[in-house]
Design a protein around this ligand. Structure first.
Ligand code: CDP
Length: 221
């Protein structure tokens, strides 16, 4: 079987992980949530009492941080299960600072590339098609309106029991998009050869099908 790389990038809470996970399951590929890795690093920084806006102090932690994405979706950071805490507002509100530090990105990107070396993957993030895996077979840039994205994340948080208001989510999504798009190194932007997928008016099932159709057309899977 041919090794296939699918890159799904896009702004915060665009539904990338839901779609990427379902597509990976359907095709028997490995799903890699790169956002969870930046979130895990952020939870480690917060645990250590380091200021997430202090780049030099955050970068010093790189040698102590190990991140594992388990096949069952669990995220382990330096031996601790952080699966739940990385979705909380404190981590969401600080992750874009951590993700703007070049040395931290280089360390995590090295891991991400290793994960995609031997198996077919669906990897989602911000810079997968532009920087992490520029030779990906399929590149999708998944978007949706801010209102729709905030609504989806609000419902998701409610289901997971993570306390938040709709207004907080709108502010978080807008803040992260601003920082993620304007950072100097590997910012959020569509790869020139990416296919734009606006899911504002699509259900999850329709979004998954749209991605499967694109993959089929590109690689015949
Ligand atoms: O799920 P959601 O869209 O809210 O975000 P995520 O994919 O979990 O990513 C969390 C944050 O990590 C983003 O806002 C970015 O700051 C950062 N990130 C990144 O810089 N590069 C990636 N490849 C993935 C995430």
């Amino acid at each position: 079987m041919k090794k296939v790389i699918v890159a799904i990038d896009g702004p915060a809470a665009a539904g990338k992980s839901t779609v990427a996970k379902a597509v990976a399951k359907k095709l028997g590929y490995t799903y890699i949530d790169t956002g969870a890795m930046y979130r895990a690093f952020t939870s480690y920084v917060l645990d250590k009492g380091v200021d997430p806006e202090n780049e030099a102090e955050c970068v010093k932690l790189i040698p102590e941080v190990s991140i594992e994405l388990k096949p069952d979706g669990k995220v382990i950071c330096s031996g601790k299960d952080v699966t739940r805490v990385i979705r909380e507002p404190l981590v969401s509100g600080n992750v874009s600072y951590i993700a703007s530090y070049k040395d931290i990105r280089l360390a995590l990107v090295e891991l991400q590339r290793k994960m995609a070396e031997k198996v077919s993957v669906v990897m989602d993030g911000r810079d997968i098609g532009t920087y992490v895996l520029p030779n990906a077979d399929v590149k999708i840039f998944q978007i949706a309106s801010v209102e729709e994205r905030a609504k989806r994340r609000y419902i998701e948080n409610q289901e997971k029991g993570i306390p938040c208001t709709y207004e907080d989510i709108v502010a978080d999504v807008e803040k992260r998009d601003r920082i993620d798009s304007s950072r100097a190194f590997a910012p959020l932007k569509p790869a020139e050869d990416s296919i734009k997928l606006d899911t504002s008016n699509l259900t999850i099932e329709e979004s998954v099908q749209a991605v499967l159709d694109i993959i089929k057309e590109k690689v015949g899977e």
